[in-house]
Design a protein around this ligand. Structure first.
Ligand SMILES: [Zn+2]
Length: 196
């Protein structure tokens, strides 16, 4: 068999090694002195106690109505913002395929939006809620906890300090405006890392 010290993808029932070589850890089972994968995942070996484990592969995240996602602004049009959906905000798991989404001008803020270009800029990262996931992804940044979380200065491309309604570039002092997310009001700050 190939070297189990190098992580590799295994299927349930795949032989990982012998009980002399390894201690069966999470995601494995021992049978007759041999250690097998109990689930689909990636192998890892603890160099201290020689425990071999299989870390389960997460199910491929798919987007559902009501999910909060991180997305990058690609284009700001007169009536909508075109974004690439990057990750689910919950656990920050990547959304495969980098699907395109849109934020319509009526969903950009809870109040009336006069001009999207004064609220968003290409390259901004937003946190947004999915209001429609099929057949196209439609997002809202209306609620106060949603909106731009990362933005760059249009003058010098430095990262803007987020926080207020008016953003000030710490490098060149340029002032910009965004529909910024009030992160303090965001629900669920438990970015809990799982056990080891
Ligand atoms: Zn600047």
């Amino acid at each position: 068999m190939s070297d189990p010290e190098n992580p590799k993808l295994v299927l349930p029932g795949d032989l990982l090694g012998t009980a002399e070589e390894f201690v069966p850890g999470r995601g494995t089972y021992e049978d007759n002195g041999k250690i097998y994968a109990a689930l689909l995942g990636r192998t890892s070996v603890d160099s201290h106690d020689r425990a071999i484990r299989v870390e389960a592969l997460h199910a491929i995240p798919h987007i559902e109505d009501g999910d909060d996602v991180y997305a990058r602004v690609d284009e700001v049009k007169s009536a909508m913002v075109v974004v690439t959906v990057l990750t689910l905000s919950n656990g920050r798991r990547a959304v495969p395929g980098a699907p395109e989404g849109t934020i319509h001008i009526s969903k950009a803020k809870d109040e009336y939006t006069e001009s999207l270009s004064s609220e968003f800029s290409p390259g901004d990262v937003v946190i947004a809620k999915v209001i429609q996931s099929q057949p196209t992804i439609k997002l809202t940044t209306g609620p106060s906890n949603l909106g731009v979380v990362s933005a760059r200065c249009q003058s010098c491309h430095g990262l803007l300090t987020m926080g207020g309604r008016e953003l000030v570039c710490p490098r060149c002092g340029h002032r910009e405006h965004r529909k910024a997310a009030r992160l303090g009001e965001a629900a669920g700050g438990t970015d809990g890392r799982g056990p080891d």
